[in-house]
Design a protein around this ligand. Structure first.
Ligand code: BGC
Length: 738
């Protein structure tokens, strides 16, 4: 702690009136707080979001200002960044976002979203990284560091246990301590302790009966005390429900979706409670302290000590002239997001090596709406006013050039959505209820299907680009099932009958079921919302200019797991009479599956999946050899292990491989997962090149949280180390005894 700074902040706060201080702790606009003009404290300016800096909004209305200078670089979603398994690219993606935010004059960027993907049906999964806490942490840390290099705070969201959209404001989460510590907390802890994240967003939901934004256990004991977080905690928009509870709790800034800023819980109602003596003003001081500390760290302001006319010390607030200026829409940013997009594209299936396609073909048919629709302007608060967006069709056409005839057919229809009188943002808080039904085939779709199938007969090369869009991958709603919308299953099945070699590209932010046709398909490519250059990257991969190296960051199951199909578990059960007495909630959601989330669940219950966690093919082949495990020497006890192995590229093309290390008990006990990701490294190998890969595991990696003792515990016994190319493609194993 910087004592000089803390002293100056204290002195400054003493000079401020209650009104001035209160202005700093609640929204005075939809995306800003009030500054204190008298003493030159600027307002805090915030913006969404995860896929680029959102367009400018009118201060008190959910209406875009409509200026022409808020077009930005459209960055890949976290679901895309995650599939790169590349820490350096994650950092660069964060850096682009931070620079753009600063370039647009922002102080806080409301990103990244790092909630664990508990169910494949969650509407916001595209904003999140993974179902696995280690992969999430390893990528979230560089994203946050990247953002914050530009004197902008990352507001990491949504802490904590915000894993469904259904009733997101009113769902009470009940999870045991081990589950929270092992699955849902680690990434947040990592961004606080390893990346030094400057702000955290408090989520909408309740945990164990109390809304997170006033939950002293979660925000106070865990975040502030245990993890030592001294940055700013900002509420999600409309997540605060009381004055006293919130004022006396660890949250610093209340933000919301309505324009009655003076009536926010931490505005006039708070001033009045303090004046009546019901709340101690020191609560406000504590919040202002956290905000000022962040402002100094962001180089927004500097505090200097000057003597006043009585010779007493006075604090002068000045603009810090050295603050980085940022930049947006630079050529470098576009190149960086292209690099991420390239490595995010994941080759799921390539029977008979159908891919890559020959770039010298003279005609190709592209089918499917995801080949042409722009995705940037969707997804809820993740929407972006992109400078441009290279769609898959545009990417393919520009890659192939003028000698190839590229024909396009829609294949299915996306029914227009009903126009709402309100803005999405205002509606979303009420609308976060029902799971969205899978959109069915319309009459138009049936006609488009027939047309596409007829056309496919004429074209030897057919590329299908379908999947989901932001009507499904959307904030404020979950999906009812994993079925592809708009009758795509039937369309793909019929197309495969006439073109069994067809390349299928699934563009989606969360899993879809491919069960009706995956067995028959020869080439399947998976991609997510991969930013403004997504179409360029896709074409490069399909035609072999780029060797794919993406790996799934989440399991692609055949359907929503059994445990989420019972109402009691998802979306939740009605409150009991007892709960109603002390809870401001609509549902209780019990995380009955505990730590068995994602692949931990499928492995434990031996449920076959379509494509497993960590899966992703290359156009070249790799072999794994020479596994050596050595204890890291230490005087007292083993510090961990160095795991070394050799990977060789035995194919004819340069390629990248992500070597994954999983750890499990040799004889798996029912309370533990079969195996868990503990380390990974992405390497690039030229043809016939061999590289030695070093993966480190620490003793902490062997530990599980002991609920009864309230601490992490190491169980002695035999463990198995698995190294491979995916969760299921394990190439080398070795047992060790602890
Ligand atoms: C979302 C946040 C977002 C905020 C501001 C909320 O509805 O949950 O992720 O940052 O709105 O747009």
């Amino acid at each position: 702690m910087d004592k000089v700074l803390e002293n100056r902040i204290c002195l400054l706060i003493k000079e401020m009136t209650l009104e001035e201080k209160t202005g700093m702790i609640h929204g005075a606009g939809l995306f800003r707080t009030a500054g204190v003009e008298r003493i030159h404290i600027p307002p805090l300016k915030m913006s969404d979001g995860p896929m680029g800096v959102r367009s400018e909004f009118v201060n008190d209305q959910w209406m875009p200002v409509g200026t022409p200078d808020d077009y930005v670089t459209y960055c890949p979603s976290n679901s895309a960044i995650a599939m790169t398994w590349n820490r350096k690219l994650a950092r660069n993606a964060g850096k682009v976002l931070g620079e753009e935010a600063r370039g647009r004059g922002k102080d806080v960027i409301l990103a990244p979203g790092i909630n664990i993907k508990r169910t494949p049906a969650c509407g916001r999964n595209f904003e999140y990284i993974s179902e696995d806490p280690r992969l999430t942490s390893e990528l979230a840390v560089p994203i946050v560091r990247g953002i914050e290099t530009s004197d902008v705070a990352a507001c990491v969201k949504h802490f904590a246990m915000n894993n469904q959209e259904t009733e997101r404001l009113w769902v009470n989460v009940e999870a045991d301590e081990r589950t929270m510590r092992e699955i849902y907390f680690p990434a947040f802890q990592a961004v606080v302790q390893k990346a030094g994240a400057k702000s955290i967003m408090g989520s909408y939901n309740l945990i164990r009966g109390t809304h997170v934004c006033e939950n002293k256990d979660i925000m106070g004991t865990v975040l502030r005390k245990e993890w030592g977080f001294d940055g700013t905690i900002i509420s999600d928009w409309g997540a605060v429900h009381t004055t006293k509870g919130t004022a006396e709790g660890p949250l610093d800034i209340e933000m919301s979706v309505t324009s009655d800023f003076d009536d926010y819980f931490l505005a006039n109602p708070l001033i009045s409670e303090i004046r009546k003596g019901h709340i101690d003003e020191a609560c406000v001081d504590e919040k202002v302290r956290n905000i000022l500390r962040m402002m100094v760290r962001l180089h927004m302001i500097e505090l200097t000590e000057v003597p006043d006319s009585d010779g007493k010390k006075k604090i002068l607030v000045q603009k810090n002239k050295n603050r980085k200026a940022g930049s947006y829409n630079t050529a470098k940013h576009r190149f960086e997001v292209l690099k991420v997009a390239r490595e995010s594209i994941t080759l799921l299936k390539n029977e008979d090596r159908k891919l890559p396609l020959d770039p010298a073909i003279d005609k190709v048919l592209v089918i499917g709406q995801n080949a042409v629709i722009s995705q940037a302007m969707g997804g809820g608060s993740a929407e972006i006013k992109a400078l441009y967006e290279i769609t898959p069709l545009l990417g393919i056409s520009k890659f192939l050039g003028g000698n190839c005839e590229v024909r396009y057919a829609r294949g299915y229809d996306i029914p227009a959505k009903k126009e709402s009188d309100h803005n999405w943002q205002e509606d979303s808080l009420d609308a976060s209820k029902a799971a969205a039904e899978t959109a069915k085939e319309t009459e138009d779709s049936a006609r488009l299907r027939k047309e596409a199938v007829e056309l496919a007969k004429e074209y030897k090369h057919v590329i299908y680009v379908g999947g989901l869009n932001h009507d499904q991958d959307l904030e404020g709603q979950d999906r009812a099932d994993l079925t592809l919308p708009y009758g795509q299953d039937r369309l793909i099945t019929e197309l495969l009958e006439v073109r069994p070699d067809m390349t299928i590209v699934m563009l989606a932010g969360s899993p879809v079921s491919m069960k009706p046709w995956a067995d028959r398909a020869k080439a399947i490519v998976w991609m997510s919302y991969s930013g403004m250059e997504g179409g360029t990257a896709l074409a490069e991969v399909l035609f072999g200019a780029v060797n794919p190296s993406g790996k799934l960051a989440e399991t692609l199951p055949e359907e929503i797991p059994e445990c989420f199909r019972k109402e009691a578990y998802f979306p939740g059960r009605p409150l009991t009479d007892e709960e109603k007495k002390h809870m401001n909630a609509h549902l209780t959601q019990t995380y009955a599956e505990g730590i068995f989330v994602g692949y931990r669940y499928y492995e434990k219950n031996r449920i076959p999946v379509q494509f497993c966690f960590g899966h992703g093919l290359s156009y070249t082949d790799f072999t794994y050899d020479n596994l050596k495990i050595e204890e890291i020497p230490s005087k007292a006890r083993a510090n961990g292990f160095d795991v070394q192995l050799q990977v060789r590229n035995v194919g004819a093309l340069e390629g990248k491989e992500t070597v994954q290390l999983y750890l499990g008990e040799k004889t798996v006990s029912p309370e533990n997962p079969v195996k868990e990701l503990k380390a990974f490294e992405k390497i690039c190998l030229r043809p016939r090149e061999t590289k030695t890969v070093l993966l480190k595991i620490t003793m902490e990696d062997f530990m599980h949280y002991d609920e009864a003792a309230g601490t992490w515990r190491l169980k002695h016994g035999d463990y198995r180390i698995y190294v491979g190319s995916s969760l299921q493609d394990i190439q080398l194993t070795q047992d060790i005894t602890i």
